[in-house]
Unconditional design. Structure first.
Lengths: 847, 521
């Protein structure tokens, strides 16, 4: 194979770079501001209103006073009973008998609940239909729930649960991906994705590297553990109070297990004390169990897991074992890549299919993979069933290619940022500098803002085509065109602001002078696809209620887990109605208000629900505008809503006054809104299409130091430049970025899940499982937003921000590899996380 | 005495979970300026259960139920003392607050006016999901109020130490640390004084003598404690309860009777013996730390004499645990991975056990390492109390260091902990003592290795034999914290680090941010 790829389109790492950077940046700013202006008018946004400002989280004042309620804080109904799980202590085995007599004889114990008490399907309504609600004949992991004990008090229930005698015949357990591979032990069939001819490309590549990498899982460690409170209602109906990211799925699971119609089960979630993906499916288990107990005993039942039990029972981030083989030229440009991913899914499928798919989608991260072959094996092991976790497979895919980028640079003895840069996808048009002038000019020439974008786009079409022909490095291995890549200027800006090159040199010098300490530095980019890859989930609904006093209540299908979704949606609605943020109140997510809502996941909460709420608010606004236009004899389009006033060409009225008048004139003061993400489609059979509406970008520069005698380390400095589009709430977005980065940093440094030889998770509490603490955070921790509006038509021009910054932490990983390499370590031995021991293993023979 | 709440549900709980026959004295404490009296509180009911389930104050959260996450942090104040102690309520028994003032997150704002700690958290966007927030608020309020008393300015380092026992999974901490640094600027004296009610001295009461009987024994004098121990050898002794709390919450152990030593006046003291007649087992001057002295106070005293221990002292659990847990408890508990023992062994500390036998007070003293006979086993008799820990004062030429290796620097348990104390004469080591944790079933003195230095020896030649010897002396196990091979390697690496310290190298470890100032510049 010859290298048919066009020469690198990006600036080369010479002084020229600074110049071209400036050009790019200026171009981008111009285009951005013009686009913004157009969008402002189109969306009737005024910058003085609440969207775009850093208002505090809608619950913040109550949170700091301990005055908000999580499920366990809701006053209990009279007669409430408490359940506790009985767990298997065997990883794989056949249940011979369960002895309940000791547990039942404990004062305060009401009884047990097991598979015989399930009126509906004894299998959870999970996608794979492969998880028994209670382990019936077989146990499949240590922690597998066999039954529940129900008692007057939660402590009694937990104590009694430990008295249940489980006689289980132990069978050989499969605990590693290697064992599972050897025995073809899958939860789902393998998936192979290929483009071009990776094998041929590898064969003729000037350079080739092989490697393997084990990446550990991660416990969510939401501060609020899993909890559900099932309350039987009249006429066979149910109210489930659940700490869940997906009330609709809880509703589905409960009705399925109870043999009811969906309309008989109402699920309510006001807020979660953290979710991170861990309450997407896993909350369903708790809800079903508590409902079955409530059914059996005819009483409200609360099931709140003790932290250790939560660790033992619920799924985590998928551990991955990967092998790779990569071919590249002297400049570090990739030519061929083969990757095998062995995904430890645990005992059931859960969300492992889409998680493993997303790892495939994001194997490229930001880079064009011309000839690539990926094999993904979804392996069944006798451990917890691994599940969604912020990034959803993305991190596990990206870390492979970033490791490869670093390895190539070390192999060629060139800077890793340079290797990363030349492998990037083509820059989006507005950042190439070529089209900016044209675009700006067109914007300035066009007067009518409503048609501006269309005109611009049609005017640009010939340029676009020409551009595409010139530079073909813009299509992902799943056939999606990358049209919005801003990483070229973004990386340049970060490189300059962090003085990367100078620091690189300083560190190299410092390292040669130090015997026992080495520093490392790395910049890594992120490109993360936004949308559920299952296209059907990309829909949302919302309700906006305006009351006669002018106050507004909103409800939408999303859930609040701390990410500020309710705050942002309230800001959007306040913005649309031109009223103060304080007049808008978000209410609990409730399956009886918005039916069939998707999980609050995939970072898409605001994109989907914010847009649906925007449409609902616009619908109310349009009704009010029509009414006022009738009063003032003008067109409805001439009515504006700003600063708490409704303004016509002839008169300004207070919002509240208009609402009162409209009510008296029988105008509908509430509305629904519905949104379905446009443009996306994905063919599961061919694994191609446009699964993502757009990409979110970012980059981080991390510097670390290691102690080569002990393997200890410190993260010294972190600088982040992240693309949240045009931010609806910069403080909240920065909070998401920082929080995600630190969570990712924990995944790659101190958070280590350890299963022993019997398959028991031995790190099952914060005493043994160490998430980052206050002392882990460097004082030098800067986050900046890349303020350019989303190139796709997304609410307020914003971009999703929940997950993408998690993967900025891969810069931590690469900084470790840099430091270990400087210390002469053997990087092939490094597996994530970089615990003190794992670091030292690269530097010493530990036998 | 005002009977504030007597929840009916509690009577039920007593019936089902508590053996009949043992007399439960009412629990009395101050809350919101009132003296409350609660009846029938079982001896092992936790303070968090009391707060959430009996007082129905659900602002305080249960995150982990083992004292590691800090969502349950509340503040306590002792009568007549304005200092606030932030403590983990989840692993503390409710009765332990007898006579003290309880302050929860609901109590620090008044009439919608937030405490500066709360206001700062709102302004800095320091709460996301909000579940850890009440615990952070309480740690911050304690820091704020104590800083007000001391006149100290809160900087980032102080904030970090004060929040070392609080975990947050959402924010990444930056806004929380910002808020902690900012809160003093939002503070108005009258506001704080109003918000945090001072305990009313009239309502503070002495612990009555009747608490020397019943299910929760709370003696106030040493003689009384020793007598009660002789009478109730099966009662579970607790001090800060930072480990026993886990036996109850996680191990589901039940204790019919609890003997709480934290109110024994003598044992709350740190005595300094620096006169000639005050000599320890080794004939050295010493400080005697009573078994009821908290880790925070004990380490403050140790750091005063040996400033090099400061960072280590701050890495021992989080502040809220150090405010509850005691040095005596850490020692008596004898965990092989407890961090105090390697240090105390290296410093040649001794322990004093006391008892009453035939109406006569007995005591015996022994080197700390002689206390232990096996994994969590010791020589303490059923009627004995570990009363004092005697730590020799540093001699002029002492060169001592302690090194701890853990996955996370702060609030983590050691994989290996090594403490070395040498008597230094130029480049000669005249005497050597080494304590090690995480390498055997008990905290250990490295007797064989110490013997290498029976005579004064030049340090330069000695270190490599110390390394080899230490590695040969212990056979550490593998567990979730570290493999045996890594632990063995650390024994050598930490001697190597000691050598660097000995030579006065500038950068020796990464444990303190201060030591990294040059790198960060």
């Amino acid at each position: 194979m010859t290298n048919a790829v066009a020469p690198t389109p990006t600036p080369t790492p010479t002084p020229v770079r600074a110049e071209s950077f400036d050009k790019l940046r200026t171009g981008s700013v111009e285009a951005t501001s013009a686009l913004r202006q157009a969008q402002d008018e189109r969306d009737n946004f005024s910058l003085a209103s609440s969207a775009g400002s850093s208002v505090a989280h809608e619950s913040a004042r109550a949170q700091v006073q301990g005055a908000v309620r999580y499920v366990d804080d809701i006053p209990e109904l009279q007669g409430t009973l408490h359940a506790a799980p009985v767990m298997s202590r065997v990883a794989h085995g056949r249940i011979r008998s369960l002895g309940f007599s000791a547990a039942l004889s404990m004062p305060g114990v009401r009884g047990i609940v097991n598979a015989q008490d399930i009126p509906g399907d004894p299998i959870f309504a999970a996608f794979g239909r492969d998880e028994p609600i209670f382990a019936n004949e077989m146990v499949q992991y240590v922690g597998n729930v066999l039954a529940l004990v129900v008692a007057d008090d939660v402590v009694i229930a937990r104590r009694a649960a430990r008295l249940v005698q489980a006689d289980i015949e132990a069978l050989p357990a499969i605990l590693t991906t290697q064992e599972a591979m050897a025995q073809n032990h899958f939860v789902l069939p393998p998936v192979h994705v290929a483009r071009g001819d990776a094998q041929a490309a590898l064969q003729i590549a000037p350079h080739r590297l092989q490697g393997s990498l084990s990446v550990g899982g991660q416990e969510h460690f939401y501060l609020e553990g899993q909890v559900a409170y099932a309350q039987p209602q009249e006429m066979g109906q149910w109210l489930i109070l659940s700490s869940t990211q997906h009330p609709g799925e809880v509703q589905h699971w409960v009705s399925h297990a109870l043999g009811l119609n969906l309309h008989d089960v109402r699920v309510e979630t006001r807020r979660m004390g953290g979710g991170f993906g861990g309450k997407e499916t896993q909350a369903g288990h708790l809800a079903v169990w508590s409902a079955l107990a409530a059914l059996k005993f005819g009483a409200p039942v609360k099931l709140r897991l003790d932290r250790d039990d939560d660790f033992m029972i619920t799924g985590k981030r998928h551990p991955f074992d990967c092998d790779y083989e990569v071919g590249f030229d002297d400049s570090g440009l990739l030519s061929g890549l083969k990757v095998t991913m062995r995904v430890n899914c645990g005992f059931s499928a859960d969300l492992s299919g889409p998680v493993a798919d997303r790892a495939i989608f994001h194997l490229d991260n930001a880079y064009f993979l011309e000839h690539v072959a990926i094999s993904s094996y979804r392996l069944k092991t006798h451990t917890q069933s691994h599940t969604a976790f912020r990034g959803f497979g993305g991190p596990q895919g990206m870390i492979v290619i970033e490791t490869i980028m670093g390895d190539i640079a070390r192999h060629l003895k060139i800077d890793a940022l340079q290797v990363r840069r030349i492998n990037l996808y083509d820059a989006a048009e507005a950042t190439t500098g070529v089209l900016n002038g044209v675009r700006s000019e067109l914007i300035s020439l066009t007067s009518s803002s409503a048609t501006k974008l269309n005109e611009i786009n049609s005017a640009l079409t010939p340029f676009k085509t020409e551009h595409a022909n010139q530079l073909a490095r813009n299509t992902t291995h799943y056939g999606m065109k990358v049209e919005d890549n801003i990483l070229h200027p973004l990386l340049s800006k970060l490189e300059h602001s962090t003085q990367y090159t100078r620091r690189r040199e300083t560190i190299n010098t410092w390292n040669t002078q130090q015997k026992h300490f080495k520093r490392g530095i790395s910049i890594t980019p992120v490109k993360f696809g936004i949308s559920f890859t299952a296209t059907l989930f990309n829909q949302a609904g919302a309700l906006v209620h305006v009351y006669t006093d002018g106050s507004v209540q909103i409800n939408h299908g999303g859930t609040e887990m701390g990410q500020g979704l309710h705050t942002k949606v309230a800001q959007i609605v306040a913005h649309e109605l031109g009223i103060p943020f304080e007049l808008v109140r978000a209410t609990a997510s409730d399956t009886s208000k918005i039916p069939n809502a998707s999980a609050t996941a995939a970072s898409a909460g605001t994109d989907l629900n914010g847009r649906a709420a925007q449409f609902a608010a616009r619908s109310v606004r349009d009704k009010l505008a029509a009414y006022v236009s009738g009063l003032d004899q003008c067109g409805a389009g001439a009515i504006s809503f700003k600063n708490g006033e409704v303004i016509s060409p002839t008169q300004s009225r207070e919002w509240k006054t208009v609402v009162g008048m409209a009510y008296a004139n029988r105008i509908q003061l509430w509305s629904d809104g519905f949104y379905a993400t446009p443009k996306i489609h994905y063919d599961k059979a061919t694994l191609t299409g446009r699964p993502f509406y757009y990409f979110a970008y970012g980059a981080a520069c991390t510097e670390i130091i290691i102690d080569t005698r002990t393997g200890e380390s410190r993260i010294l400095k972190v600088d982040i430049l992240h693309d949240a589009g045009r931010s609806i709430n910069p403080a909240i977005d920065i909070g998401q970025i920082e929080g995600a980065f630190v969570q990712g940093m924990g995944w790659l440094t101190t958070e280590q899940l350890v299963w022993n030889a019997q398959g028991t998770l031995t790190t099952h509490a914060p005493s043994t499982y160490k998430i980052p603490a206050t002392g882990c955070i460097p004082e030098h921790f800067n986050v900046e937003l890349w303020g350019e509006a989303n190139r796709e038509d997304n609410v307020f021009g914003s971009k999703a921000v929940g997950e993408p910054p998690f993967m900025l932490a891969i810069s931590v990983w690469e900084a470790y590899r840099d430091a270990i390499f400087s210390a002469g370590g053997d990087l092939s031995r490094l597996n994530a996380p970089c615990t003190t021991e794992n670091v030292l293993r690269c530097l010493r023979e530990l036998s | 005495m005002i009977a504030g709440y007597t929840p009916a549900c509690m009577l039920l709980k007593v019936l089902v979970s508590y053996p009949a026959g043992m007399d439960i004295k009412p629990l009395r404490f101050l809350h919101r300026g009132q003296a409350l009296e609660l009846k029938n509180v079982p001896p092992t009911r936790t303070l968090l259960q009391l707060i959430r389930e009996d007082l129905h104050l659900t602002g305080t959260k249960e995150g982990c139920n083992e004292g590691d996450c800090g969502a349950c942090v509340v503040m306590l104040r002792e009568p007549g003392d304005a200092h606030c102690k932030a403590v983990n309520s989840c692993i503390r028994f409710a009765h332990s607050i007898e006579g003290q003032e309880l302050i929860t997150v609901e109590d620090v704002s008044t009439g919608g006016q937030l405490h500066p700690a709360q206001e700062a958290l709102v302004q800095c966007h320091g709460s996301q999901c909000g579940f850890c927030t009440p615990g952070f608020v309480m740690s911050m309020v304690a820091l704020h109020e104590n800083s007000r008393l001391s006149g100290e300015v809160i900087d980032r380092a102080a904030a970090q130490v004060a929040l070392s026992g609080n975990l947050c999974r959402c924010t990444g901490y930056r806004p929380i640390l910002d808020a902690a640094v900012k809160m003093q600027s939002l503070s108005k004296d009258e506001h704080s004084a109003q918000v945090i009610r001072r305990p009313d001295a009239q309502k503070a009461y002495k612990i009555s003598d009747e608490l020397a009987t019943g299910a929760y024994l709370l003696p106030t004098q040493l003689s009384e404690l020793l007598f009660l121990r002789s009478q109730h050898p099966k009662a579970q002794i607790v001090a800060g309860c930072t480990d026993v709390g886990l036996w109850v919450n996680k191990g589901h152990q039940e204790f019919a009777q609890v003997l709480d030593i934290t109110r024994v006046a003598e044992l709350r003291r740190i005595e300094r013996h620096d006169q000639d007649q005050d000599q320890n087992l080794d004939g050295a001057h010493h400080i005697a730390i009573g078994a009821a002295v908290t880790l925070h106070e004990a380490y403050s005293a140790l750091v005063k004499d040996r400033p090099q221990l400061k960072t280590f002292s701050e890495r021992f659990a989080g502040l809220s645990i150090r405010n509850s847990g005691t040095l005596g408890g850490n020692v008596a508990n004898g965990s092989p991975i407890g961090d105090s023992m390697p240090l105390l062994i290296a410093l040649r500390a001794s322990v004093v056990l006391m008892s009453v036998r035939a109406n006569q007070q007995w005591s015996r003293e022994m080197p700390l390492e002689k206390l232990y006979t096996g994994y969590r086993k010791n020589v303490i008799e059923a009627d004995e109390i570990l009363a004092w820990i005697k730590v020799p004062l540093p001699v002029a030429n002492e060169f001592s260091r302690i090194y701890k290796i853990s996955k996370r620097f702060d609030d983590d348990i050691s994989a290996v902990c090594v403490a070395v104390s040498a008597e230094r004469d130029g480049d000669t080591i005249k005497a050597l003592s080494i304590g090690a944790g995480g390498v055997a079933a008990t905290p250990m003195r490295a007797i064989k290795t110490e013997a290498l230095c029976a005579y004064s020896m030049p340090a330069s030649g000695l270190f490599s034999s110390i390394k080899t010897s230490l590695q040969a002396e212990f056979q550490p196990i593998s567990d979730m914290r570290a493999s045996s091979a890594y632990r063995r390697e650390l024994l050598s690496a930490l001697v190597d680090r000691f050598e660097s310290d000995w030579r006065g190298e500038k950068l020796v470890s990464l444990e303190s941010w201060e030591s990294l100032a040059e790198v960060l510049a």
